[in-house]
Design a protein around this ligand. Structure first.
Ligand code: AMP
Length: 180
């Protein structure tokens, strides 16, 4: 895992806003719009997401709806890779494959275009934040169903108390800039 200086972490944390009880009571929502609107924080975050993978072979960055799209395409460009969106049901226009996953109460589904990934592609899965890891696990299953190989996971922020890392680590290494 990359070492990010504490002062840089503090700077990025200062630029992520916590909104209590959004979208429902009890959730401390990590709002990255303030990170995006600060040009220095935007550049720094993009660099820190890219850096661990500069020497690695990455064919495709898969970004998870919706905040995984915000840095995901920049990350893909920096790594000379393509970008593939994973979306909520009914958003992608062509043929899709879908994967259900568990939420705290009930289930949700994620979709990917059925022709989005060529067999044997090396795939980096990116999202703004990992909480329980459920959506990243579902994305992993979608990538593997198309014959892709997940070579890593990339997050800006990891909520370590939810232990999502344990679900992903057996599949591929995880790089989170901020672990809180
Ligand atoms: P999970 O599947 O539980 O790992 O949840 C990760 C997804 O939910 C990511 O797409 C996050 O953007 C979103 N998410 C979960 N918890 C939070 C939170 N506290 N603040 C912001 N986004 C969150």
């Amino acid at each position: 895992m990359q070492k990010v200086e504490e002062s840089i972490k503090d700077y990025l944390l200062e630029n992520i806003r916590t909104i209590p009880d959004f979208p429902k009571p009890g959730i401390q929502f990590k709002d990255i719009t303030t990170l995006l609107s600060n040009k220095k924080a935007l550049q720094l975050t993009t660099f820190l997401l890219t850096e661990p993978y500069l020497e690695k072979e990455v064919d495709i960055v898969v970004g998870l709806e919706s905040r995984g799209f915000l840095f995901g395409t920049n990350l893909a460009q920096n790594l000379n890779a393509g970008f593939v969106p994973v979306r909520k049901p009914g958003k992608l226009p062509a043929n899709t494959i879908s994967q259900e996953y568990e939420l705290e109460y009930g289930t949700d589904t994620l979709e990917m275009h059925a022709d989005a990934i060529l067999p044997g592609s090396k795939v980096l899965i990116h999202d703004d934040l990992i909480a329980t890891g459920g959506s990243a696990v579902a994305a992993t299953k979608l990538v593997k169903a198309l014959g892709g190989e997940v070579i890593g996971y990339s997050f800006i922020m990891e909520l370590s108390f939810l232990e999502g890392r344990a679900l992903l680590e057996k599949e591929a290494p995880i790089e989170s800039i901020l672990i809180i």
